[in-house]
Design a protein around this ligand. Structure first.
Ligand SMILES: O=C(O)c1cc(=O)[nH]c(=O)n1[C@@H]1O[C@H](COP(=O)(O)O)[C@@H](O)[C@H]1O
Length: 231
């Protein structure tokens, strides 16, 4: 497994605290995920500061809007030079196709484009409450197949779905899995979790890991321990 397949989720409300953490990490051992909280607070400037430190960025803004708006949003992400970005698969086929098409102009400089299937914080009961009467496991497969049909590079899913998605959608279809918890780590608000070795064994390509690294007393040691558990 490529060491940079670990994507450290930066969920901070304070830029200095985030930069202090980043300066403890190694760009050869991980990539960084910037989500809605930090991007809303600190904007594109923050992405540039991360790039100056040689880290690649997964811009996790989970776009979900009409096709034209999402196409413009992923274009803006490409202009920022991020390594990967994402949309919600439930935004539909036309929306995902528009996003993919908008990135064609960037050739091999285009960010990897993936789609969120069912959030790892959602249980089957949560899905029922929004009118989806099939289990998460089934709904994820439906949305992942739609994502592939739209020509995207992969999906965000829980590692519990990785095995079936790899076998149905092929090895080149990337699986990015949050909800990763090393043995003994607190689950927090995540429902569908797996350990790093279990997730890789199941077929995950990228592991999104936040609090088990960012809240550790020694984040680099926590990152290294995860790498060791995978070697
Ligand atoms: O797209 C994501 O990254 C994502 C999708 C999902 O289904 N579940 C999920 O937890 N995430 C993100 O993954 C990160 C997980 O962080 P921790 O729970 O602290 O490891 C957070 O930044 C979430 O926003």
């Amino acid at each position: 497994m490529n060491k940079k397949s670990i994507l450290v989720a930066l969920d901070f409300d304070n830029k200095d605290a985030a930069l202090q953490l980043i300066d403890k990490l190694d760009p050869n051992m991980c990539r960084l995920k910037v989500g809605k909280e930090m991007f809303t607070l600190f904007g594109p400037e923050f992405i540039k500061e991360i790039h100056q430190r040689d880290f690649e960025v997964f811009l996790d803004l989970k776009f979900h809007d009409i096709p034209n708006t999402v196409a413009k949003a992923v274009t803006s992400a490409a202009e920022l030079g991020v390594w990967m970005t994402n949309v919600h698969a439930s935004g539909g086929l036309a929306m995902m196709q528009a996003a993919k098409q908008a990135l064609e102009a960037y050739g091999d400089k285009a960010p990897i484009l993936i789609a969120v299937t069912v959030l790892t914080s959602m249980s089957d009961d949560d899905l029922k409450l929004i009118g989806i009467d099939v289990p998460a496991f089934e709904h994820v497969q439906r949305l992942a197949a739609l994502t592939k049909e739209a020509g995207l590079d992969g999906v965000v899913c829980s590692a519990h779905e990785a095995k079936v998605l790899k076998s149905k959608l092929g090895k080149d279809f990337k699986l990015c899995t949050p909800g990763i918890r090393p043995v003994g780590a607190d689950k927090g608000d995540q429902h569908r979790v797996m350990t790093p070795p279990q997730a890789i064994e199941a077929g995950s390509d990228y592991l999104v890991i936040g609090r088990p690294i960012t809240k550790a007393d020694d984040p680099l040691a926590a990152l290294k321990a995860i790498h060791e558990s995978l070697s």
